[in-house]
Design a protein around this ligand. Structure first.
Ligand SMILES: [Zn+2]
Length: 446
């Protein structure tokens, strides 16, 4: 997409919300930004408030098939996981492509312009590779391209059921058998203009310390983002403490996994020394509040992380909710419930978590701001809907973060191309595709 000039009624720039902003876009990047420009001529016009594109830094696309089916009743993370494994067992490269495309399209409608897919369903259900050992990863990449969303495929190493525990039957298809085979397979995947390849350590439960060190080394060699689930559950901390006498974060630090390219996903049950380690290594923590509350994980130490200088990002993880505004404000709202104190995170801090911090976590360092040289990823919300009507000026960012919903998104531009206009996806009937693809996975043959 080249040579677009678009006038935005209001845009959130680095110096606050400005009116009448003319943005020029060339070859997928922003080439000029001027505020106080009158609309007119043949320039495209977008009404409402426009902000940088939002990054979903932690997704498992296939979990979308669980929405509305696993939230009622009792149980915990571990009983939820059994239900999730039921769906994982039913995935094929074909039905995964359809489900991931519909899920990514729902994300774009909600204002997510970039997604980090934490990908661990690699092989056939019995663990044997497909003819193309990256058939499942290729399906995720094709799905993102169809949906128009920018992707970082975080290919996860997953080698064991837990400390001293072999893989279960359900986990066989997650594993490459050993870390070198994982690395060789990941090396077949290459970056592209709209796709980055990253690495992931599923968790310190699923990967032993020697293999963690090798994954970290491999990610460093290719300068890839590296993510891991960290301390989502107290039981995880207890297992790792029993095996190694330390926390998951300390284990990752000792294995050389922590760096400015590392993101700790969840980071719910951290020790003070874990926070020191994450801060010293300039890491990011990705909170997934709508998932963490659904699974009764707990509330992560966002105030202490912020005080230590650790960047926060957001993720929708299991997609019980796909709404970046809900994830952003939940970081602050959860902190209020926990500390009985308001105002730890400002609206601007939370918007940074949803935008620039997420882009950086996913290896897109030129994303997350409306400025010259940045990726042309832009999201517009209507100011005429019932949630945001009556707001103006700098208060618009407060209103956006604390009151907007995914349904307020009207326009989404990714890489300079309009993917959503008037609240509709350009090429995909999203509700219809969700219905069809979820039914196919849930009712398909095992
Ligand atoms: Zn996850």
């Amino acid at each position: 997409m080249t040579g677009r000039r678009i006038w935005f009624e209001h845009a959130a720039l680095s110096d606050g919300v400005q009116p009448d902003v003319l943005v020029c876009i060339d070859d997928g990047a922003i080439t000029s930004v001027e505020s106080g420009m009158p609309p007119g001529g043949d320039v495209e016009q977008v009404l409402g408030l426009t902000v940088p594109g939002l990054a979903n830094a932690h997704s498992h696309a296939f979990h979308r098939a669980l929405r509305g089916r696993t939230h009622a009743g009792a149980g915990d993370f571990w009983t939820w996981r059994d239900e999730m494994y039921e769906i994982a067992a039913r995935l094929t490269p074909e039905n995964y492509l359809d489900l991931a495309r519909a899920t990514f399209a729902e994300m774009v409608l909600a204002g997510y312009t970039c997604v980090g897919e934490f990908h661990y369903v690699h092989h056939r259900p019995d663990g044997a590779p497909y003819d193309n050992p990256n058939a499942m990863g290729a399906a995720v990449i094709a799905a993102a391209r169809d949906a128009g969303i920018r992707l970082t495929l975080l290919d996860a190493c997953y080698l064991r059921g837990g400390p001293g525990t072999p893989l279960t039957q359900a986990q066989l298809r997650f594993s490459d058998g050993d870390v070198q085979t994982w690395a060789d397979r990941v090396d077949l995947l290459v970056d592209d203009d709209d796709v980055h390849i990253g690495a992931a350590i599923h968790s310190t439960r699923a990967v032993d310390p020697e293999s963690i060190a090798m994954v970290a080394h491999h990610a460093g060699r290719r300068a890839m983002p590296l993510h891991a689930h960290v301390s989502e559950q107290l039981a995880e901390n207890e297992q790792i403490n029993a095996e190694h006498g330390c926390s998951p974060t300390a284990l990752l630090a000792a294995a050389g996994a922590l760096s400015s390219r590392f993101t700790a996903v969840h980071a719910t049950h951290l020790l003070p020394t874990d926070i020191d380690d994450l801060a010293a290594a300039n890491c990011t923590c990705c909170f997934c509040p709508t998932t963490e509350r659904d699974l009764a994980d707990g509330i992560g130490p966002s105030a202490a992380l912020r005080a230590a200088g650790v960047r926060l990002a957001i993720g929708s993880d299991q997609h019980a909710v796909i709404d970046p505004f809900e994830e952003m404000r939940a970081i602050e709202m959860n902190e209020r419930l926990h500390s009985m104190r308001r105002g730890t995170h400002s609206a601007a801090d939370l918007l940074a978590a949803g935008t620039v911090n997420g882009y950086r976590s996913l290896g897109w360092d030129a994303g997350g701001a409306i400025a010259v040289g940045q990726l042309a990823d832009l999201v517009t919300v209507s100011l005429d809907g019932v949630r945001l009507a009556g707001h103006s000026g700098d208060a618009l960012v407060d209103a956006l973060v604390f009151a907007a919903a995914a349904a307020d998104v009207t326009d989404v531009i990714i890489g300079g191309a309009t993917i959503v206009r008037g609240g509709a996806h350009a090429t995909i009937d999203v509700a219809s595709e969700l219905r069809r693809s979820i039914t196919a996975v849930r009712e398909g043959e095992r």
